[in-house]
Design a protein around this ligand. Sequence first.
Ligand SMILES: [Zn+2]
Length: 243
Amino acid sequence: MHVPFEKWVDAPPKAKAQLAANPGMPIVTVDLGVNRLAVMGAFLNDQLMTTQFIPGGTLNHQRHQWLNVIANKRSQSGRLPANVHDNVDLWEKVRNIDENAVRQVARQIVNFAITHKAKVIVFEYLRGYKAPKEKMSKAGRKNHKRAYWLRGKIMQWVRDLAFREGILTVERNPAYTSQIRPHCHTQGERKGHHFTCQNPAHSYHTDADFVGMMNLYRKWNGTFVYPRKKKRADEPNPTQAMA
Ligand SMILES: [Zn+2]
């Protein structure tokens, strides 16, 4: 049963104004992923206070199984006329599984922000979908795409739910967020879930989504350090080029 109701909230001040007024203000940053739905971090006075992970493996597996069933049924039924939808009930099921996950994850993110008294939630700006280069089954590809699409849906729901609590949702440029180690600003290597810092002075391994979440905080307060472009040896320096 749905009971509609109205709630009036005062529009919160712009995120940048809030940051200028209180640089150490409580903040929640969220890295949305595919195998891991979300990694959340709560910051206060520029310190990471708590981390929370929301796993997505079960959801992906469950969805993949249903997509396999759909793919099998399709291969048995042959080509359908263009305006006839296949496996209507099964697709409905897949949509329901996703929709349910979106709402639950969004609620968890907003609750996390409320618990840690954050007035701003920072996400990375989601870029357009790129199909993976690896070989995948049709169902696997569809599954990957849906998991990606889910991230945008989660953000939409968070924005809406959070606003009702007077919490703003902002997006920051995702460039290099999973490639630079937030502590030493050295570029690292990402392999699947794993991040390895390539600074020869020390050895550091961690979870790649954790790195993304930490760097989002640096993007928020402006302390993110972009990698310096290596100059090619044959590249003339500007004064030479002018001469
Ligand atoms: Zn390092």
